[in-house]
Every structure is written in C-alpha cells, then in structure tokens.
Design a protein around this ligand. Structure first.
Ligand code: FE2
Length: 196
C-alpha cells in the first residue's frame, strides 16, 4: 500500500495521528511511547463528537462473527500504525484473540467485560477479568496480556478505540479455543477496507 490511508479524514484524526507519531519517534521504548500518548488518547475517548455513526455500527457479515464490526479509521502506508473502532453488539463477544503489536485500547461507548488469558507451558486460563466503562483504557504491551476476549455487557452496542502499531485487521494473528488454548491463524479484516 502506498502512503497513509485516512479513511476518516478529519482534523481530529490527523492531529491525533501526528501527535502519536511525534510521541513514538521521541520515545525510547513502547512503554514510554504509550505513556506519552496517554493524555491524547484520553482526550479522544472523552470527545463524543469525532466518530461518525457509521463507524460505530454493528456489521452483520464481519470476520469477527456476532455482528462485530472492525472499522478502519487510519492506517500508515508502511503498516506501522492503525486506528480503528471495534463495535460489539449487546451480548456478543469476540473470539479469544491476540494482537501481536503494542498500543492503546480504550472504551468509547457502552460497557464491556474483558477476560485476559495466560498461556504457556501447557496451561491456558483466564488470568484476569475486568469491567470497562467509557473512558477506561490500557496500554497493550505484548507478549504481556496480549490474549483476550471482550463481551458487551451494556444494552447498547459497545465501541472501543484501538491504536496499535500494526495493520491489525490485515495481519495474520491468532484466535484460541478458550477451553484448550489451541491456536488457529486468524485475520479479522476490516468492514470498510480490503487487505490487499
Ligand atoms: Fe482485542
């Protein structure tokens, strides 16, 4: 892919991406970069006006199943950064999956329960459960806490915002059988753009 792709081409998204790039290039490590981005990410989650309704809509035919929509908002031409919304209808849950890239993930609308899985040496189990409300966000720093599943607990669709340092919808990552930990290749895709 040539060049950056601003699917949602607005001043808010462009300014956010520019600030993220400045933070990443001046940080010495992913944790440091995440810390530097935190205030801007919190601002984005608190701003109720920047995400058009079409990117907060469920997607009946999605690669995630359950009507879950993964909408690309921005991605870098070199695959080093993506910003997308993940829309999960009431009662629906994602497969257990990983991300294979660091970044920030936060809840924008609705409420979710999240289960984080611990894997390795023959074990696969839920290590942590957390309930998320709008404005909650966390740094994802694989391999730590990279495997999870989210379920919407609100009566309205939940929307989370992901800023990750890969083209998450298009890279091959993994989905897991929650009972056995058995892994399969998984590519979620995006509802609104192709991966070619
Ligand atoms: Fe996820």
């Amino acid at each position: 892919m040539d060049g950056d792709q601003y699917v949602l081409d607005t001043e808010t998204v462009r300014a956010f991406v520019a600030d993220v790039r400045t933070a990443v290039s001046s940080a010495d490590s992913p944790p440091e970069a995440c810390d530097a981005i935190r205030p801007r990410f919190a601002e984005l989650l608190a701003n109720e006006s920047w995400l058009p309704d079409e990117y907060a809509a469920a997607a009946p035919e999605s690669g995630m199943g359950g009507g879950i929509g993964q909408w690309l908002l921005f991605r870098a031409g070199d695959g080093s950064l993506s910003l997308f919304s993940l829309v999960v209808p009431p009662g629906a849950e994602t497969p257990v999956h990983d991300h294979l890239a660091w970044g920030l993930v936060g809840l924008y609308r609705g409420t979710q329960d999240e289960e984080i899985f611990a894997a390795g040496e023959g074990r696969f189990e839920v290590a942590e459960r957390r309930a998320l409300v709008p404005g909650d966000f966390y740094a994802l720093l694989p391999p730590a806490n990279d495997i999870h599943r989210v379920r919407t607990t609100s009566s309205d669709t939940s929307v989370s915002i992901h800023l990750l340092t890969n083209d998450t919808g298009c890279v091959w990552r993994h989905a897991y059988d929650p009972a056995t930990g058995e892994q399969r290749a998984f590519r979620s895709g995006y509802v609104n753009v192709d991966c070619t």
